[in-house]
Design a protein. Structure first.
Length: 103
């Protein structure tokens, strides 16, 4: 999957992943909900492996928010990203509105 190629210290949103798969399939676009489900499944599969982990925590939602559906939820993704030098900020009042930015 494309998020395997995201190196340490870098981030990607679901948008480029969707564009990649659309192009690969000869389609104009990919359906956002299905793509989100697929990314979540890939995250859980990687989480359950001992070796050869996919750095799923480096993949953010389209609006640069953390993904509550990843293993451990927002807190686990936040912790992993902070270990890599990213700054996490609260966007609004809701817990899921947390953005990631690189300083």
């Amino acid at each position: 999957m494309l998020d395997r190629l995201v190196p340490f210290g870098k981030l990607i949103t679901i948008g480029p992943i969707r564009e990649y798969f659309a192009k690969l399939s000869g389609a104009d676009f990919t359906e956002p909900i299905t793509a989100g489900i697929f990314v979540s499944i890939a995250a859980w599969e990687s989480f359950q492996r001992e070796d050869d982990k996919t750095p799923y925590w480096r993949t953010l939602k389209a609006d640069v928010e953390l993904n509550a559906k990843y293993p451990g939820g927002i807190e686990a993704q936040k912790e992993m990203l902070e270990k890599e030098g990213h700054t996490i900020i609260q966007k609004g009042q809701k817990e899921h509105q947390i953005l990631c930015q690189r300083l």
